[in-house]
Design a protein around this ligand. Structure first.
Ligand SMILES: C[S@@+](CC[C@H](N)C(=O)[O-])C[C@H]1O[C@@H](n2cnc3c(N)ncnc32)[C@H](O)[C@@H]1O
Length: 296
């Protein structure tokens, strides 16, 4: 009996090993699907995702390549699967850990397209989530002085640190300095130690959090040097973009608001509106571009 039991346990272990292998393989292929299922529509077709066949316990590495500027690509690590209970209970905001949002891809594409504007400048991305894709695109394509990738979420920044190390080892950065840190817009120390340091501050899809909108405006204002500019991409998400603009104007920014800033994105937006009525919601998915300039 003991021998039969032993054989059964052995068989069970073999099955578990086999199933976990199959699931892991499948997971790698599902990174794209996972992204899509969270944000509900595929994308504006700006980046392709290639498997790197590197799987880890908690993350999956992929190569994110610009479709319009294919010589630019970075290794990104996405968190595997759903968030665990500890993450949800102990972090203040996990929206940057669940997927890479369309506005971030649009900001990244826009940075590649206009990479000459970053020459010799110090650039900071705020609320960049688990990848900070846009800041990375600046770092690989522009003759930029310095790129600081930030988010208020610890788990997101741990991931970004690993992404920086891997891309640094691959020698893809053009920027003289690329680093990352936790930066909470509502944390006095985080903001004051970088006060007036940046020529460009940028962020994507960060305007919807009612309790942090005012501190985001304040952080942008304080982080920028006097002639600095902020580049903000975000969907309307109800009245949240307007509320941000009102606060920014009150804080002394002049704002240029662009709905049509790129031909491909405008055309793709029209196509999605017509052909993907069930999944594409302009209010949630179409990013506007705001350029903020300090006036006083
Ligand atoms: C919707 S996510 C956008 C992430 C990324 N930009 C993207 O579009 O994929 C909003 C991000 O803002 C960050 N965030 C929210 N409140 C913040 C705060 N007070 N300080 C710093 N980051 C904050 C979150 O951690 C999250 O990564």
């Amino acid at each position: 009996i003991e021998f039969v039991l032993f054989l059964e346990v052995l068989l069970l272990m073999f099955n578990l090993f086999f199933i976990s292998k199959v699931l892991r393989k499948k997971h790698l292929k599902d990174v794209h699907l996972q992204q899509v299922s969270v944000r509900r529509f595929a994308s504006f077709n700006l980046f392709s995702i290639e498997d790197q066949n590197t799987e880890e316990e908690t993350g999956t590495w992929v190569q994110y390549r610009s479709i319009f500027y294919p010589k630019y690509s970075v290794s990104l690590r996405f968190h595997n699967g759903l968030l665990n209970v500890k993450d949800v209970l102990t972090s203040f905001d996990n929206t940057g850990n669940v997927c890479l949002w369309p506005s971030e891809e649009v900001l990244a594409y826009y940075c590649l397209k206009h990479n000459e504007i970053f020459r010799d400048l110090a650039v900071c991305e705020l609320g960049g989530g688990m990848t900070c894709l846009a800041g990375l695109m600046v770092a690989i394509s522009a003759d930029v002085k310095e790129v600081l990738l930030t988010d208020g979420n610890e788990k997101a920044i741990k991931n970004v640190n690993e992404i920086i190390t891997r891309n640094q080892n691959a020698g893809v950065f053009k920027a003289q300095k690329v680093s990352s840190c936790i930066l909470r817009w509502d944390n006095e120390t985080d903001v004051s130690q970088l006060e007036g340091h940046f020529d460009i501050v940028m962020c994507a899809d960060c305007l919807f959090l009612d309790q942090y909108r005012a501190s985001l405006v304040d952080a942008i204002k304080r982080l920028l040097q006097p002639s600095g500019k902020a580049m903000v991409f975000a969907p309307l998400r109800g009245n949240t973009l307007n509320q941000f603009c009102n606060l920014a104007e009150k804080a002394g920014f002049s704002i240029q608001r662009h709905e049509n800033y790129d031909e491909h994105i405008s055309n793709f937006h029209s196509k999605l509106k017509n052909e993907e009525k069930d999944t594409y919601e302009e209010n949630l998915h179409y990013p506007f571009l705001l350029i903020l300039t300090k006036q006083r």
